[in-house]
Each structure stands twice: as structure tokens, then as C-alpha cells.
Design a binder for this molecule. Structure first.
Ligand SMILES: O=P(O)(O)O[C@@H]1C[C@H](O)[C@@H](CO)O1
Length: 286
């Protein structure tokens, strides 16, 4: 059990399988969040591998996460894209959730773009905005559920990694530029994402607490992947689509729900597709 689930040997076997099966050498990986799977259409020269066909890989169980690994091109650049991610609330261990990051690293991928749907805590934000992630609060990580828990394999990264520098500023600036160039209709924000394990949406008291902790948006993913990717030396960039506003009043008639999350993804699908494709094709890895 434990870290066998994302051990060097397991990740390396999957990486070898994918390289042999596809003959591709992607430089960059993208993880698509809830309702953002349509971005998979933006690649050309596509090769689609359902997760179920990849030995040792988990499968997707959440609506809006199709469960395909898509190899393809953005401009001249080889990219691999996860159309569907794994979440701890599905019952996956934090090691299974982060296994793909190690697979990408061992395939020679140099940078990863993580995307997610999130609830807006910051009252300046609106549904349909994008928040570029500057930093995170890893709530489960702080209290004993860190993805790097367990024996450390130095081939995958150091025992005590920094996390003050997880999100690459240059990639983030280039991503912001892509949103601007493509006239993304929502505002482009810069903020702090707080990871809570889910699957419950937050209570009103929890939302109020998270705001006082310094969070701008809340979600159920991304941070474990970011920590493991950074540990392995990948450059990491991440953004949230603000799909709903977190509820801060006890007498509110509204309720958070996954349908609204998916609908907002749908609403912004085309604009996200053009901004992300522009970024993938044009950003500089040097
Ligand atoms: O995979 P992401 O983080 O985009 O998905 C969010 C968090 C939950 O999985 C789901 C809740 O609506 O959307």
C-alpha cells in the first residue's frame, strides 16, 4: 500500500507504456478540471487513450471528467492532456491522485498546467472569472494528508521540498497574456486557492473561516498535483474557473451544486479553449 501507488517503478512502467504505445514525446501536460474537458478538442493530431486501457492508471468517476489521456499538438508543440482528473474524495489515496504527475515527469514532460473549477470566496470575483493561482492553502496537507507522506525516493525529488515557489511566475505571466490576447470575457484575477478534500461543498461558517485564512477561491483538487509536480522539478502553472460564488449568508436560499459548476464550464468553454490553446502553442519553456 502507501507509496507503492505512486512509486518510481509504477510511474516509470506507465511512462514507458505510453511512450511506446504513442511514440509521442510531450513537453507539456495539462489537467482539465470539472466541466473543462471540452478543451481536449483544441489539440490537433489527436490520439485518445481511455484511462481504462492504461495498465496501472486509475479511472475517472466524476461527471464532467471523461477519463481520457489525449496526446496531440498545440501549434508545433507536443502536449498531453488529462481529460478528467482523480480526486481524493472519490476514494483514491493522495498517492493515486498524484501518480500522473510522476508519469509525466518520467515521460520527459517539463511543465504542467493544472486547471480546476472553484467557488469564489473573494467578493470582488464573479462567476465566469478566471483566477490564476499565485499560492495555495493545503488544508489536508497541513494536518497529515500530504501527498509526499511516506518514504522518499530521491529519484523523484527531495525529502523536504520548498513550497514557497510552487507556481511558476513566468508561466503565469504568459498565461495571463494569453487570456488578454484572446479577449477572455471574464476578469483575470490573481489569488490563493484553498484545497479541501470534499466531496461536501463548504458550510457558511467554513467559507467565512477560509476568507479570514487568506483564500480567494476554494476547490477539491489541484494542490496535491501541484506539490508532487513541483517536487519532481516540473514547472507548474494553475488556474481556477470561478464557477459559483461561495455562500456567506446563513439565510441564503441558494445551494452549491455540481450542475452549476458544469454549466459555467460550458458557458466559458469556447473562450477558455482559445486562450489555453494560444498559451500552449506560444509559451516559452526556456
Ligand atoms: O476537478 P475540479 O477541481 O475542477 O472539480 C471541482 C471540485 C469537485 O470535483 C467538483 C465540485 O463541483 O468540481
Amino acid at each position: 500500500a502507501g507509496t507503492e501507488e505512486n512509486s518510481y517503478e509504477r510511474a516509470e512502467a506507465i511512462a514507458r507504456y505510453l511512450l511506446e504505445r504513442t511514440g509521442r514525446r510531450p513537453e507539456l501536460a495539462v489537467v482539465l478540471g470539472s466541466g473543462l474537458g471540452g478543451l481536449g478538442d483544441s489539440l490537433t493530431d489527436r490520439q485518445v487513450l481511455p484511462y481504462a486501457e492504461i495498465p496501472g492508471f486509475p479511472t475517472s468517476t466524476v461527471a464532467g471528467h471523461q477519463g481520457n489521456l489525449i496526446f496531440g499538438k498545440a501549434g508545433d508543440r507536443d502536449v498531453v492532456l488529462m481529460q478528467g482528473r482523480f480526486h481524493a474524495y472519490e476514494g483514491y489515496s493522495v498517492h493515486q491522485v498524484t501518480l500522473p504527475m510522476r508519469v509525466f515527469h518520467l515521460m520527459g514532460v517539463r511543465a504542467v498546467l493544472l486547471t480546476n473549477a472553484a467557488g469564489g470566496l473573494n467578493r470582488d470575483y464573479a462567476v465566469g472569472d478566471v483566477m490564476l493561482i499565485r499560492d495555495h492553502l493545503n488544508l489536508p496537507g497541513l494536518v497529515g494528508c500530504n501527498p509526499l507522506r511516506g518514504p522518499n525516493d530521491e529519484r523523484l525529488g527531495p525529502r523536504f521540498p520548498s513550497t514557497s515557489d510552487v507556481y511558476d511566475k513566468r508561466m503565469r505571466d504568459q498565461l495571463a497574456e494569453a487570456f488578454k490576447q484572446c479577449n477572455f470575457p471574464g476578469a483575470t484575477r490573481l489569488g490563493v486557492y484553498v484545497y479541501q478534500q470534499g466531496p461536501c461543498y463548504e458550510s457558511v461558517a467554513e467559507c467565512r473561516m477560509l476568507i479570514t485564512m487568506g483564500a480567494d477561491a476554494v476547490g477539491m483538487s489541484t494542490v496535491p498535483e501541484a506539490v508532487v509536480a513541483h517536487h519532481a522539478g516540473l514547472r507548474v502553472c494553475a488556474f481556477s474557473l470561478i464557477t459559483n460564488m461561495a455562500l456567506l449568508e446563513w439565510d441564503s436560499a441558494e445551494k452549491a451544486n455540481h450542475e452549476e459548476v458544469l454549466q459555467t464550464g460550458q458557458l466559458r468553454a469556447d473562450q477558455l479553449k482559445s486562450s489555453v490553446s494560444h498559451f500552449l502553442a506560444n509559451f516559452s519553456l526556456d
